[in-house]
Design a binder for this molecule. Structure first.
Ligand SMILES: NC(=O)CC[C@H](N)C(=O)O
Length: 489
């Protein structure tokens, strides 16, 4: 077909396709309109449906006390909104941008929805962006640090501002997930002399910000070090909110896990059923005993009953001219201790609930106490000494962990800033009459030190060896040596 000009072409096209160009055909346009109304109503219904389903989802998240909405609930709601906008657009023929916004919203939401995982569409299975840390029904998001994977343990927080390497390698943290309230972790890297245990026994670590390492003695950054040691960590967590949560709701289990295929019901069940590592099997697993020998020419002989001793306790004693023997609390260990002919005996720190260590151990401690040899108990050693003397221990609501805890010594009326790491404490209501309280916490008034009346036996709930922390409490090692000297004289 040939046309003389554009006008002729337009006319001819109008003849061929009259409906497109001729809105005056009333019959056809009513039909089309009815059809499109049906179609649009269907789309609106679908959109509203999706919105409704997803707002139920959002309500479910709120009910379960989750900190954030499920990402897919928000995506679902925006798909619904997008479709509804697109569907409503013919009612506003002049407002093309409404349908554009609708189409864009829907497309963005679909792309986003497909990205994390399709499995998030299954009922009860969620996906979140980032690495979640779970406790109760709450989650905190962060990024993976160290080894990738899943870990579970008691969540605890430490307020120390320095010494993260000492803290992470402290055997008393076995099975626990450590939250650092200090915001920058990693800035001095990892060196070859600050390890407190033979390996890392903590289940996981949580930090606000992973800093890059800058220190002459650092040989590796914390991220690679955690990877090498198979420790799972998470950074970028709102550690203030987490700490407040732990303080308000008390000690609880937590889990760091990968972000996809999250089944909230399974996580909550696993968290509620998890039992912390406890008992002599755990202390034997973390003890240094087989890995240590000391100089036998030293002035004093000290036996350390090793429930998971920190290296720094051994070092403080060696600095004071002690020959050390580490002894595991295995069956009949009092014979091995007394057979060493020690001038003094130390009961060390260690992981778990002191009550779970059991009678088998406290009856051996009782035999040792009857020898009247000077005794010094530290943390778990203090708790076990108190139990042997007839006191009880109780679980604390959120524990004392950090290197900035003020402690008051009653006899000297002095305050020392101490390093602490304990979740249990000697119960002041159950106190035996032959024992004095020597130290108390200025944070909560709990018992921080005891001494047996008229015998050179004393102990503290905190860590006089520090590492990390201040040197305020080193005098306690000297007091122990003075007791040894007096006893020898
Ligand atoms: N550092 C320790 O010895 C800790 C003792 C005990 N596991 C507690 O948490 O109370």
């Amino acid at each position: 077909m040939r046309f003389k000009n554009g006008l002729e072409m337009k006319k001819s096209i109008q003849q061929i396709y009259p409906l497109h160009q001729n809105p005056s055909n009333p019959y056809e346009s009513t039909n089309e309109f009815k059809k499109s109304i049906k179609y649009y109503l269907a789309v609106i219904a679908l959109g509203l449906n999706l919105s409704a389903v997803n707002s139920c989802n959002i309500r479910k998240y709120e009910k379960e006390n989750l900190e954030f909405f499920g990402v897919e609930a928000v995506i679902g709601a925006s798909i619904g909104l997008g479709l509804s906008l697109a569907a409503l657009s013919p009612l506003f023929p002049k407002r093309r941008n409404i349908s554009m916004v609708g189409i864009l919203l829907t497309t963005a939401a679909v792309v986003d929805l497909l990205y994390p995982t399709v499995s998030s569409l299954l009922p009860g299975v969620y996906s979140v962006h980032g690495q979640p840390l779970w406790c109760d029904g709450k989650y905190f998001l962060g990024k993976s640090v160290g080894k990738k994977g899943k870990c579970i343990g008691e969540l605890c927080f430490t307020t120390g501002m320095t010494g993260y390497q000492h803290t992470i390698t402290d055997p008393s943290f076995a099975g626990q997930i450590i939250t650092f309230t200090f915001p920058h972790i990693g800035n001095v890297g990892i060196n070859s002399k600050d390890n407190e245990g033979k390996k890392i026994f903590a289940s996981g670590v949580i930090m606000r910000e992973l800093s890059s390492a800058s220190h002459p003695s650092s040989y590796i950054g914390i991220n690679d070090w955690l990877k090498e040691n198979d420790v799972i960590g998470i950074s970028g967590v709102d550690t203030r909110a987490l700490t407040r949560h732990l303080r308000d709701h008390g000690s609880q289990n937590g889990m760091i896990c990968p972000s996809d295929n999250i089944n909230l019901d399974c996580i909550l069940q696993e968290l509620s059923e998890y039992i912390s590592e406890n008992g002599v099997e755990t202390t034997n697993k973390v003890s240094l005993s087989n890995a240590f020998q000391s100089n036998s020419d030293a002035k004093y002989r000290v036996a350390i009953v090793d429930f998971g001793v920190k290296t720094s306790i051994v070092l403080r004693l060696i600095e004071l001219d002690c020959a050390i023997k580490l002894i595991k609390p295995t069956k009949g260990f009092s014979q091995e201790v007394l057979g060493f002919k020690p001038d003094g005996i130390v009961f060390s720190n260690g992981p778990g609930d002191p009550k779970e260590i059991g009678k088998g151990v406290t009856s051996e401690i009782d035999i040792i106490l009857r020898s009247r040899i000077p005794v010094f108990g530290i943390c778990m050693g203090h708790q076990l000494l108190a139990i042997t003397l007839g006191a009880k221990t109780v679980k604390m609501s959120s524990g004392h962990r950090g290197s900035n805890h003020p402690v008051y010594e009653i006899s000297s009326e002095k305050v020392e800033i101490t390093s602490q790491n304990h979740g249990f404490v000697v119960d002041s209501k159950s106190f035996p009459s032959n024992v004095n309280v020597t130290h108390i916490s200025l944070f909560d008034g709990s018992i921080e030190g005891i001494a047996v009346k008229d015998h050179p036996i004393f102990s503290v709930q905190y860590h006089p060896e520090e590492a990390p922390g201040t040197h305020d409490s080193h005098y306690l090692f000297k007091r122990f040596i003075d007791n040894i000297k007096l006893h020898k004289a």
